[in-house]
Design a protein around this ligand. Structure first.
Ligand SMILES: *Cc1c(COP(=O)(O)O)cnc(C)c1O
Length: 368
């Protein structure tokens, strides 16, 4: 072999494979595979995108206005906020800053795939920790900590299981890990959780040197295409990320749209209400399905998706194909180690009703 060779480990990494986006022969399917906001972005953000400013001028590398607005809206200290090109950027920077060959990163059994990819890219070893009933298990996580552990990545609520740890569990996890282990709480679905129940953990970031929490504009804010996320960090962690990040990692259009979206908290509330209403409707309707051809279980979540549960992987595959043929795309979860389940994002009313119709046909044995 001649030519440049990537460093050790790179070619062992699988490339990230996202959810299915299209179905051959079906025009405009309901794409319920990527947890996008079915209501879209705030109209204020759309308007902001129509006035992007002068594209020949570099954006503000410090994202000062955006960090100040994030701080004001969430009651935080702007100096502790680091913005990223999606929250994936922040997660990847954290891995780059704190992991290297020989180090270990802990993640739960059915965790967001980016944690593993970002960690392996540094040469570190991802360690999978068993869950209990698809939920992060604090005791198992604590038992897995060794002197090589440098980061614990935990999505709360988790994708794709949708389960969430409460405040007491998060505090117990933090209390049990050494000070040199960074606890990263990924809050990608935070806005969908009842705010009175959500352990936002911003105060833990302020109280400890080893807790970071991340947020994104890709889910409830409906700005996935623009790639905008942020982390709330202890000062020393923020300093490390600011040294490592691209100097202009947030583009001007994303900043403009993000600022406008933050001014429209009513849109977030509307999105949360839509999600809760239709998530409950889908769970109730699927729970009531009966027929001889297939049985389908359902699991609600704290996020903007539900899990469909099948007797085996073959049934799950058959259901995925039938739903796609009916114009509704769910997310297969084989890559997440959940081959008997499908993840279904909460959609528009029309999308949710189309999903129900497809599932009804499946259990009755009608249609595809
Ligand atoms: C969708 C998602 C993200 C968001 O990624 P972005 O890069 O901000 O689009 C982060 N974490 C989890 C668990 C997710 O599901």
């Amino acid at each position: 072999m001649s030519g440049p060779i990537p460093k050790n480990g790179v070619l062992d990494m699988p490339a990230y494979v996202g959810g299915r986006e299209a179905v051959e022969g079906v025009e405009n399917p309901f794409k319920l595979s990527a947890n996008e906001n079915p209501l879209g972005a705030s109209p204020k953000a759309i308007t902001a995108l129509k006035n992007p400013g002068d594209p020949s001028i570099y954006p503000d590398g410090g994202a000062v206005a955006l960090r100040q607005k994030l701080a004001a809206v969430n009651g935080l200290d702007a100096a502790r906020i680091v913005c990223g090109n999606g929250s994936d950027d922040i997660l990847t920077l954290l891995a780059q800053a704190y992991l290297g060959p020989g180090d270990e990163m802990l993640h739960t059994a059915h965790a967001f795939l980016i944690y593993k990819l970002a960690s392996r890219a540094t040469g570190a070893t991802p360690i999978e920790v068993a869950e209990q009933d698809l939920t992060a298990n604090v005791d198992a996580l604590l038992a897995a900590v060794t002197d090589k552990t440098k980061i614990i990545f935990l999505a709360n609520p988790n994708n794709p299981t949708g389960t969430m740890l409460g405040r007491d569990d998060i505090e117990r996890l933090h209390a049990g890990v050494p000070d040199n282990v960074l606890l990263v709480l990924d809050g990608a679905y935070a806005e969908y959780v009842d705010p009175t129940l959500y352990p936002a953990a911003f105060d833990m970031v302020e109280a400890h040197d080893n807790v970071v929490t991340t947020r994104t504009f890709s889910k409830a804010y409906g700005l996935a295409a623009l790639r905008l996320g942020w982390g709330y960090c202890p000062p020393a962690v923020g300093d490390a990320l600011n040294r490592l990040r691209g100097p202009f990692n947030i583009n001007a259009a994303a900043m403009q749209a993000g600022l406008a979206a933050l001014d429209d908290q009513a849109h977030i509330e509307k999105s949360r209400a839509h999600n809760t209403q239709w998530r409950d409707w889908l769970v109730q309707q699927i729970g009531g399905l009966s027929g001889d051809a297939m049985s389908i279980g359902v699991r609600s979540t704290q996020a903007n998706f539900i899990l469909l549960e099948f007797a085996d992987a073959a049934h799950a595959q058959k259901a995925e194909a039938a739903m796609c043929a009916a114009g509704v795309i769910p997310r297969a979860l084989t890559a997440y180690g959940l081959p008997t389940r499908l993840r279904l994002s909460i959609g528009t009313e029309a999308g949710n009703r189309a999903a129900m119709a497809a599932l009804e046909n499946l259990v009755k044995g009608d249609g595809a």
